[in-house]
Write a protein that binds this ligand. Structure first.
Ligand code: GCV
Length: 812
């Protein structure tokens, strides 16, 4: 099996057996997109069938594949029955017989649709589908299908977990944009038609005249794939770039400045998609500076873009991050609705409000944002996150499509008929001219784009669902797995099941019952940090104290957030009797002893779900190991490494959350697991040479709240094994900070069994829930009296710190 890097993602075009295709490829129109379609078809067929297609521009005598726009195909094959019209980007795939010839048709209203159809036909070949009876029309659900990339011009990426930017470095657009072009090809293959390349926390330089030629190069790289470049702008640009004395959106000088700016940019990039704007949020300036509304701000730019066919996308993610946490009526979840609902109808037709799926911020479980159902006369885009900011940062497997499906299918009862989210944001429910789907993606320079080979499924799934939100999660992950890893039934079965379970598993060992925010809210958003959300203005409060947990968002006694939903939804959440368990703590503050619909108490559910989730995470590596030899070794090993890391970190999560809640509630785990870890030996209780004991903050992220650190060139931590002899799995819990690369040895009876370097890129230079990491050696033979020794050698600021050693009977 060939080694693979994951660079080709789902477009591998590896040989397929038994497929036949006509030998000739006819392309009827000529444009940059048609050329891409032609080349892609040739490339795909060469890879999968090992055949070179003969390229023609007119109909041959024999069988052929025919690519063209509707008018051109009608002229070439007038007798073929085709739809009268096709929506923008929609395409038809059809197998027909014309005068004894077999013709596979790919037809669209526009050349981009032909490209989409080409990718779809190739996908069918790769999946081994029957092409002979093909007769299908595929129409995108919405016109806006974009990714947002939070890339900074210096090459870093905010909340990016797969290396540096593929667009920028050192303040400039990269000289070599082949990778940007390859990314656009991936996007086109799943129907994505726009990409905002720079961070929503925008650098004003992006729209300076000096920078424009660089943007032109990016647009050139995207254009062959029908991906519109768009850019995030800073609202104070009229002042900072234009040197006006104001950026008041109602000032005519400002309107004129935006108009001139748009004209200038569109002269250079006529197919620019538009601008994205984050204003009055997290320190960004906005219309509030002048007492103006978000609609005023959006419209002044939208009007400048309008003559060019551009759109202005306005982030609905506006909230006060200096809220008084002492006031129990304050609630960040209310913010988007409170800021935007009353402006409904005031946004121009080429403006859209981009709304995160939940009212907080990409949490593992949130209710649907009520703002989505409140805007009937305003275009919307729905914002998802492919980059796993709060869901494991691509070090944990977390396939998000099952969550997205729940969001998309949720009926907000926004009219006197069913109005699922997908119908509203696509613009269909309220007959809006525009609407769509956006995912913050943050691909980077890691060869496989997103760091974790299995995380790439989230990008694929986003494109497929943005095109057709009715596809099931099972269908999509099945396709992705076959395209990415091949069709061996065991491979497909194992990977699809793990993917489909992974979001639930992640939720179980991180934050169940909708509590949200058990991670380090004010920092990396990664490992556990239970109290970080409390007693500060960021508003991601869970309000856990010694009596109970959860935010009271009821109308009756709480923040009133629930009242932002229409009555059928509001009554579902307002009443404890009907509020679903999985959102209970998002909506209500309850005592720990409150009984869930499942019959369990809240506190026991917290314990059980963390133990269950962490146990399932332990099984992921073992399940993956059954694939050895069935997929290429390179990706096999890469994924195994990540799953093993995840299994260890799931235990860090489990212990931190359970210990914290046990201490807070004073209620013990009915199963006696919390705080009792048979086989665990705290490093501070071992015999230490050079190591000194230190407290860890937050306390719950280290076993017993303590660790040992080494201030010398080398330190050791030793114990004598005095249990029953046999085979054991030995795990060392250590801290892998990002300010050094300490070395460790683990030996038994003087024989080194494991040697490793703490050089993972984890987001902290401290001992905490981000850095706590597990190293395991399996099946070690131990006899009573054996000496177990861990040797640590610090490097840089990393002091070879240790938390504990754990011995478990092998395979347990
Ligand atoms: C780009 C969250 C993230 C920020 C991000 C912001 C946003 O708060 O943590 O990094 O900023 O969302 O979506 O604008």
């Amino acid at each position: 099996m060939n080694a693979e890097t994951g660079y080709d993602a789902w477009l591998r075009y590896v040989p397929v057996h038994g497929a036949t295709l006509p030998p000739t490829l006819v392309t009827l129109d000529d444009s940059v997109l048609m050329r891409s379609a032609r080349e892609e078809m040739s490339r795909g067929v060469l890879g999968m069938l090992r055949k070179s297609l003969r390229a023609e521009t007119t109909m041959p005598n024999g069988d052929c594949i025919l690519l063209g726009t509707l008018p051109a195909v009608r002229r070439a094959v007038p007798d073929v029955e085709l739809p009268e019209t096709l929506g923008e980007d929609a395409y038809v795939l059809k197998a027909v017989r014309i005068g004894g010839r077999s013709v596979l048709l790919v037809v669209s209203s526009n050349d981009r649709g032909v490209l989409y159809g080409t990718f779809a036909l190739l996908r069918k070949v790769a999946l081994g589908e029957d092409l002979q009876r093909m007769d299908e029309t595929h129409t995108p659900l919405a016109p806006i299908r974009w990714t947002n990339e939070w890339d900074n011009l210096d090459g870093s990426i905010e909340r990016g977990y797969a290396g540096r930017s593929i667009f920028f470095e050192g303040g400039n657009v990269l000289a070599d944009l082949r990778r940007a072009g390859d990314y656009a090809r991936l996007l086109a293959s799943i129907g994505i038609d726009g990409c905002t390349v720079n961070n929503v926390n925008a650098n004003v330089r992006v729209i300076t005249p000096e920078f424009l030629p660089q943007l032109v190069r990016l647009a050139d790289a995207f254009r062959p794939w029908g991906v519109h470049l768009s850019i995030a702008v800073d609202f104070s640009s009229p002042k900072l770039v234009g040197h006006l004395d104001t950026f008041d959106p109602l000032d005519p000088k400002v309107a004129e400045w935006w108009k001139q700016k748009a004209d200038e940019i569109y002269r250079a990039i006529p197919d620019l998609g538009g601008f994205l704007l984050k204003a009055d949020s997290e320190g960004r300036v906005g219309p509030s500076t002048y007492g103006r509304t978000h609609a005023d701000a959006a419209n002044v730019i939208a009007r400048a873009l309008k003559p060019h066919g551009g759109v202005l996308v306005y982030r609905g993610f506006v909230y006060d991050h200096h809220m008084d946490w002492r006031n129990l009526k304050n609630d960040r979840a209310r913010a988007a609705y409170d800021n935007f609902a009353r402006l409904d109808g005031q946004f121009d037709d080429n403006a859209l409000v981009q709304i995160k799926y939940g009212p907080i911020d990409f949490q593992v479980r949130e209710p649907v944002s009520p703002l989505i159902g409140a805007l009937h006369a305003t275009n919307e885009t729905l914002e998802f996150q492919v980059t796993q900011e709060y869901t494991g940062q691509q070090r944990h497997l977390c396939f998000l499509l099952p969550m997205w499906k729940e969001i998309l299918d949720f009926d907000l009862h926004a009219a006197d008929r069913p109005t699922p989210v997908k119908e509203i944001v696509s613009g269909k429910a309220f007959h809006r001219p525009l609407g769509g789907f956006v995912a913050v993606t943050n691909v980077g320079r890691d060869p496989n784009w997103l760091g974790h080979d299995l995380a790439v499924a989230n990008l694929y799934a986003f494109g497929r669902i943005a095109w057709n939100a009715d596809l099931t999660a099972k269908q999509i992950i099945d396709e992705w797995t076959r395209l990415t890893f091949g069709s061996d039934p065991h491979v497909v079965d194992a990977i699809t099941k793990m993917q489909l379970e992974s979001w639930r598993v992640y939720e179980e060992y991180t934050g169940p019952l909708g509590a949200g925010g058990l991670t380090d809210i004010i920092g990396a958003h990664y490992g556990p940090g239970i109290e970080s959300s409390e007693r500060n203005g960021w508003g991601q409060w869970h309000r856990a104290d010694e009596k109970g947990v959860g935010m009271d968002r009821t109308v009756a006694t709480g923040t009133g957030f629930i009242g932002q939903y229409t009555p059928p939804v509001a009554s579902l959440y307002e009443s404890l009797a009907t509020c679903p368990d999985n959102l209970l703590l998002f909506m209500h503050h309850v005592p720990y002893t409150y009984a869930l619909h499942s019959g369990k108490t809240v506190i026991q559910h917290i314990y059980d779900s963390h133990y269950d989730g962490a146990e399932e995470a332990q099984r992921f590596p073992r399940r993956w190991q059954t694939l050895r030899g069935k997929i290429d070794e390179e990706r096999y090993q890469a994924v195994l490494g990540r799953l093993e890391y995840q299994a260890g970190h799931a235990i860090v999560w489990r212990d931190a959350v359970c210990n914290w809640f046990e201490k807070a509630s004073h209620i013990q785990d009915a199963q006696g697991r919390v705080g009792h870890h048979p086989g665990r030996i705290e490093a501070e209780s071992m015999s230490l040479d050079g190591y000194t004991v230190t407290g860890v903050q937050p306390w719950e992220t280290a076993s017993g709240g303590k660790a040992v650190t080494c201030q010398a060139a080398q330190c050791t931590s030793v114990m004598r094994f005095n249990e029953q002899g046999g085979r054991y799995d030995m795990s060392v819990e250590y801290f892998d900070q990002n300010n050094g690369a300490a070395h460790y040895d683990l030996s038994v009876g003087g024989k080194v069994l494991g040697r490793w370097t703490a050089d993972r890129a984890l987001p902290t230079n401290k001992l905490d829930g981000h850095s706590s990491t597990r190293y395991t050696v399996t099946g070690v033979k131990l006899a009573p009296g054996d000496e177990i020794r861990i040797t640590g050698r610090p490097q840089g600021g990393e002091l070879a710190s240790l938390d504990y050693l754990e011995l478990q009977p092998a395979g347990k």
